[in-house]
Design a protein around this ligand. Structure first.
Ligand SMILES: Cc1ncc(C[n+]2csc(CCOP(=O)(O)OP(=O)(O)O)c2C)c(N)n1
Length: 643
């Protein structure tokens, strides 16, 4: 599908084409680029508000800097659509996030302009510092390195670790702080308040303006620019700014705040900054969703990633199903934690910057003193939860499976070794879909299974999720407890049944059968249910067990399985190495059973983006692949399907 670009954008394949344009043509380029993003995203979906907010920044950066020789590093990368369009991918942009299409994030394999693959936040300053130290070491004096980081991403410890290092590394590095006061939800924390303070402080801005007046003249001085800046620093800047500016205190030269939607001004400032050595930070104020009435004025959280919409009316496309639909797992979590918290005053809720994404916002609204958005700070979220647990409270710490990777040491050091009862709810477990490899929750079953004291569970449906959450908070449970579930909908329209306790380490038999045993964990078990129905048509009578727990394993169930069957299939929406199937194999060997075991799950490979069902099929564990695996392991011929 071809989307029509405006007359100027049409001429730009690569940034070199952009650089041929006159400065006064840049506002028009921005207009056309913005329109192009609106046209495509409204029809094809994807992240939206963030890319609209950085259109001017994107154009100015590629105009001023000599990309790809100069290294441009985007943080998170969900805002890099304009960058993609200006760097050789305009014609492919309609395939954004679609199976086999281009990635929704910068990706090294995709383009030399994507200097670093991203998806998780707050990595850009570290990456850029590495690049600039390398440039210094290699004596590439003319090479510039720029990191673009949002105020949300700036809340993470990793960003501060990098600032701390960059402040003494003395290499050339420009950090553009794109401050729009938003994370996905409104940004939180003291840093956000600080950024608002320096944006609005009169004393601070008066001094800053004087500096800017001087800096405005710098470009005319050419090589003497450095000397002039030193003089400024030795004067008012060191006395007042160092005392009052966080970044100056960390040895950064701080510039701004400036209007990030005035492309000419942004361009001029960046040109000036090019001549100034050392670590610099340019504070740019932008509006998320800028230039599209409905996102600019509407709910910015919704417009972060709205799905398809009508670009004329701003109406977000809703498919209204005929039948009642099962709820999303995340909403079941959101309603259930509130219900449990109403009955149990010890329960607290914690999310690192995903209140809408994980639906903790339901509890945050009802119980603001008991539910916390701690910013993009997974490590802190885990140890903060551990702190709460030491005081006898019961924290439910909800973190997407892939973001939990950030907090692995905290889980081991601050929760498991202390044997504290923190309940981890891991949303987006398994293949996450169009966000791609950075967001797939591929590893949690494997990486939690090996941690002492940890209970590792996964519900097959909404009712099980509720019951696991209910069970985890009961006083008799004394250990860390993890419950993982996938992105998207469950399977039960009628899910809100009274709570029932689940016995720890107990699976359940879903279906009896004589020929083969299929063992599943979590939601993917529903694919096995379908597979068993198809297998019945093939004349194969398969048994199906839902393991529910990867740890502790249901040994009684496994003794039954290995005593009865010599053909076993394990299925999990997680990495094959080290996951549930591995646990089953270990059990088999440890107990001297012999059986032919085929493990289905995510292979040892980077799985790209696509719809979940496309990826399940690619990784061979959707219902069809389960049927194939059974037919294969039994060595039988197909009847119904081949007929
Ligand atoms: C480690 C990690 N945690 C959470 C997220 C989910 N996430 C994606 S974008 C985003 C908000 C980023 O805010 P900001 O950096 O201010 O950029 P903006 O969207 O406002 O442009 C969050 C929390 C993530 N990508 N990585």
């Amino acid at each position: 599908m071809e989307f029509k670009a405006g007359a100027l954008l049409e001429k730009i394949e690569y940034p070199a084409d952009l650089r041929k344009l006159k400065e006064d043509e840049l506002p028009e380029v921005c207009k056309e680029l913005r329109q192009y993003i609106i046209d495509v995203v409204s029809q094809k979906g994807g992240h939206f508000g963030a890319s609209l907010g950085v259109v001017e920044l994107t154009v100015a950066l590629h105009y001023v800097f000599n990309t790809p020789y100069d290294q441009l590093v985007w943080d998170v990368g969900h805002q890099a659509y304009g960058h993609k369009i200006l760097t050789g991918r305009r014609k492919d942009f309609h395939t954004n996030r679609i199976y086999k299409g281009i990635s929704g994030f910068p990706k090294r394999k995709e383009s030399e302009y994507d200097t670093m693959g991203v998806g998780h936040s707050s990595t850009s300053i570290s990456t850029a510092l590495g690049m600039s130290v390398a440039a210094k070491y290699k004596k590439e004096k003319d090479r510039h390195v720029v990191a673009v980081i949002g105020d949300g991403a700036m809340t993470a410890g990793m960003a501060f670790e990098a600032l701390n290092h960059a402040g003494i590394a003395k290499s050339n590095l420009l950090i553009v702080l794109n401050d729009n006061c938003m994370s996905i939800d409104p940004n939180v924390g003291a840093l956000k308040e600080y950024l608002t303070d320096i944006t609005t402080s009169h004393t601070y801005n008066k001094v800053k303006d004087e500096i800017w007046n001087l800096l405005g003249k710098i470009s005319k001085f050419g090589p003497n620019a450095q000397e002039i800046v030193s003089k400024i620093e030795n004067g008012i800047k060191t006395t007042l700014l160092k005392q009052s500016n966080l970044f100056e205190s960390l040895n950064f030269r701080y510039f701004g705040p400036i209007d990030g939607h005035d492309v000419i001004r942004v361009k001029k400032v960046m040109e000036d900054l090019k001549d100034i050595p050392g670590p610099k930070i340019l504070h740019v104020l932008t509006t998320k969703g800028k230039g599209f009435k409905f996102s600019e004025e509407g709910n910015q959280t919704v417009w972060h990633s709205p799905g398809l919409f009508n670009k004329e009316t701003g109406e977000i496309t809703k498919v209204v199903p005929k039948e009642p639909q099962p709820p999303k797992y995340q909403d079941v979590f959101g309603h259930t934690i509130l219900e449990l918290a109403e009955a149990n005053p010890k329960i607290m809720g914690i999310t690192p910057a995903m209140p809408t994404g994980c639906s903790l916002n339901i509890m945050m609204k009802a119980m603001p003193d008991r539910a916390f958005d701690v910013g993009i700070a997974e490590q802190h979220a885990v140890t903060f939860s551990a702190g709460l647990a030491t005081q006898g409270l019961i924290p439910f710490c909800n973190i997407y499976s892939s973001f939990m990777q950030r907090a692995y040491d905290q889980v081991i050091h601050d929760v498991a070794i202390q044997d504290l009862k923190v309940i981890f709810c891991l949303d987006r477990g398994g293949l996450a879909g169009s966000d791609g490899p950075t967001h797939h929750g591929a590893y949690d079953l494997a990486y939690f299974r090996c941690i002492p004291n940890m209970i590792v569970s996964a519900p097959m449906n909404e009712e099980e999720l509720r019951n696991l959450m209910y069970t985890a908070q009961l006083d008799e449970i004394k250990h860390p407890f993890s419950i993982r579930y996938p992105r998207g909908n469950g399977v039960m329209p009628d899910w809100k049944k009274p709570f029932a306790k689940i016995e720890i380490g107990k699976g359940r038999k879903i279906k009896s059968g004589d020929d083969v045993a299929i063992l599943t964990i979590g939601h993917i078990g529903n694919e096995a249910v379908k597979a068993c129905e198809q297998l019945a048509k093939e004349g194969v009578n398969a048994a199906h067990y839902d393991m529910r727990f990867v740890k502790p394993l249901d040994e009684e169930l496994l003794h039954e399985v290995f005593s009865k069957y010599n053909k076993v299939i394990t299925v999990e929406d997680g990495c094959i190495m080290g996951g549930m199937g591995s646990a089953v194999l270990e059990f088999m060997v440890d107990h001297n059973y012999t059986a032919q075991v085929k493990r289905l799950g995510i292979p040892d490979a980077v799985i790209e983006h696509g719809e979940q069902k496309e990826l399940y099929a690619e990784c061979h564990y959707d219902n069809k692949a389960i049927v194939d695996a059974v037919i294969d392991i039994l060595g039988v011929k197909r009847k119904a399907l081949s007929a």
